[in-house]
Design a protein around this ligand. Structure first.
Ligand code: ZN
Length: 592
């Protein structure tokens, strides 16, 4: 392995957990086989103990009370939690290869001093016991949600922090993004027998459990005691979530390609009708996303009512359920689309939230247009509006900002969701839509299960397009410089027309300029940038293209000579496709 070699750590979790549905407390054991594939000797490791965030005075609590624009779901609610309402997760009897390890709990992180170092390319086994209390539902995880779901169990177990080529990622939890290690999970959950569980993984004992999991025609024996032990296995995931309720309706849909789609919801006036219809949309969305963004690699997906909005997990999602049909389908599609960017590519979302939320928004915009039969001509208009509003707000921060450290929720949200989606749609403008689409499939196939970063994405798109694209990342990701081009002057010059274009914004971009003639015909003048070292392919559905010479970004204006008389021209417009994120479009068009 060279100095720039990439590696991935590996985990293999075995957990047994027992939930007391009266006290909302649980105890468990964990055996974790950890493989250090790095070239480094490790003397410490870190576990996330996310539930400790739900305590008065935690970093998440203080952050939520001091940020200028708090999340309304959080606000000061953590500060006001009573001892039986807080969350906690504590670890006991931690050992590595049978030897006791020293550890200290620092908020949501357990810092562990190892009894002996873990050498490169070696494997150790950690064992521990844990005890937790499920907090009242405030953010993502918790008990007794507003819609009455008993348990939304995400971020519930001691979870080893990731170590990669950028070192440890032991971020204190303040309510934002996640990053995990690939591995296999074997989880046994013991809970009151009236509860139904849905979430990550494949149930190993469906005919013993029942609750809608049993094979057709099987009669499930009555449980002898008060509890059932559910045994799940989840290969090649980086997290494990479960939702549980004693009133869940469980609907199963088998897709032709062998994927089973599960829906779990509490039946009622505000849910039953739309959740029945949802069963039609989830398989459609899986099929569409698999065709356009890479094959969904698991054999099940579970849509589970719970949480406080929508949140993505391995093979599953927790969403609130009392919604109109378009809203219910919309949130399901968004969280499902995360399976590609959060689930399978699994970029470090703390460092690159826009590569998860932005690309997920991009994919869900397209999926919604398809499965809701919208036939929209401006599929990503909402994302562009969100970005334009951010860029003009004065609070924009670069997308390279670590998600925890954005100054406001707005700057984080609009950058991650809206500007991230615009990044991808606008990339299609730069390299051509079909090339971008091929690049997205190649990105998925080359980088699935490998935690790509921004450079990995850019390199795939460079290889697919044959263009140099580092400038696109430097400006659009690492800076808040904006785009504004205009038509400065149009002059008749005998049988020709002189068109002077002007770069007003600080970010340079290639230009598509479309000339519409009075006879109804159209031509496109294409001006690549010198720094692209090439030009995009001719895009389907575009007018005939005239290739201009490259535009050096240093030059603020560029004059092109059109071999047509001005009298024949009806209009001249920069980027009628609307994909260029040009902040001031008024100066983009002249009509005669
Ligand atoms: Zn999302």
């Amino acid at each position: 392995m060279g100095q720039t070699g990439r590696f991935q750590q590996a985990v293999d979790y075995k957990m047994e957990v027992s939930m007391d549905v009266q006290s909302n407390q649980y105890t468990g054991t964990q055996e974790l086989v950890y493989t250090n594939n790095s070239p480094d000797t490790l003397t410490r490791v870190f576990y996330h103990l996310y539930y400790n965030a739900f305590q008065p005075g935690s970093m998440m609590d203080v952050r939520s009370r001091t940020i200028a624009d708090p999340d309304r779901r959080v606000g000061d609610r953590i500060a006001n939690l009573q001892p039986n309402e807080i969350g906690y997760l504590h670890v006991k009897k931690l050992k590595m290869n049978g030897k006791a390890a020293q550890s200290s709990e620092v908020g949501t992180i357990l810092e562990v001093e190892l009894p002996e170092p873990i050498l490169p390319n070696s494997e150790v086994t950690f064992t521990l016991e844990f005890e937790g209390q499920v907090p009242v539902q405030i953010r993502r995880s918790g008990r007794d949600s507003e819609e009455g779901v008993r348990y939304s169990m995400s971020q519930w177990y001691p979870k080893l922090a990731n170590y990669d080529e950028q070192g440890w990622h032991a971020n204190p939890y303040i309510g934002r993004e996640f990053y995990g290690i690939w591995g296999d999970f074997d989880v046994k959950i013991t809970i009151d027998k009236n509860y139904t569980i849905g979430g990550t993984g494949y149930l190993q004992n469906p005919n013993e459990i029942g609750h809608g999991y049993q094979d057709a025609g099987v009669t499930v024996p009555e449980a002898s005691g008060e509890t059932l032990t559910w045994h799940f296995k989840a290969p090649k995931v980086h997290d494990f979530m479960w939702g549980a309720d004693d009133n869940y309706q469980h609907d199963k849909v088998e897709m032709e390609n062998g994927i089973t789609v599960h829906h779990f919801y509490i039946p009622g006036e505000k849910t039953s009708e739309n959740w029945e219809k949802l069963k039609e949309y989830t398989p459609k969305a899986i099929t569409y996303l698999s065709e356009h963004f890479g094959q969904y690699p698991y054999k099940q997906f579970s849509v589970v009512q719970g949480g406080d909005g929508g949140m993505e997990y391995a093979m599953s999602t927790l969403i609130t359920g009392e919604r109109s049909l378009p809203s219910l389908v919309g949130v399901m599609v968004h969280e499902l689309a995360h399976s590609w960017y959060h689930g399978v590519l699994a970029t470090n979302e703390s460092l690159y939230p826009w590569m998860d939320e932005g690309f997920t928004s991009y994919a869900s915009n397209l999926t919604m247009n398809e499965i809701m039969n919208r036939n929209s001509s401006s599929i990503h208009a909402g994302s562009y509006r969100g970005y334009f509003s951010l860029a003009k707000s004065g609070v924009e921060e670069p997308m390279s900002t670590h998600s925890d450290h954005y100054h406001t929720n707005r700057a984080y949200g609009s950058a991650a969701y809206s500007k991230g989606a615009v990044f991808m749609e606008q990339l299609g403008y730069v390299i051509g839509a079909e090339v971008r689409d091929r690049g997205l499939l190649r990105y998925f196939n080359e980088w699935k299960f490998k935690h790509p970063n921004v450079n990995d994405l850019i390199r795939v798109m460079e290889k697919e397009s044959g263009l140099e694209l580092d400038w696109y990342k430097e400006y659009f990701v690492n800076s808040t410089k904006t785009i504004d081009y205009g038509i400065k002057e149009v002059k008749a010059d005998g049988a020709t027309t002189q068109i002077t274009l002007e770069r007003i914004g600080l970010m340079p971009m290639p230009l598509d300029v479309v000339i519409t003639y009075k006879d109804g015909s159209k031509e496109q003048i294409y001006l690549p940038l010198v720094i692209m070292r090439g030009e995009k392919e001719i895009e389907a559905g575009m007018p005939e293209r005239i290739l201009s010479e490259d535009w050096p970004w240093t030059n603020l204006t560029k004059t092109i000579t059109l071999s047509k008389e001005l009298e024949r021209i009806e209009s001249i417009e920069i980027d009628p496709s609307g994909r260029l994120a040009d902040l001031e479009r008024e100066n983009n068009k002249v009509e005669f």
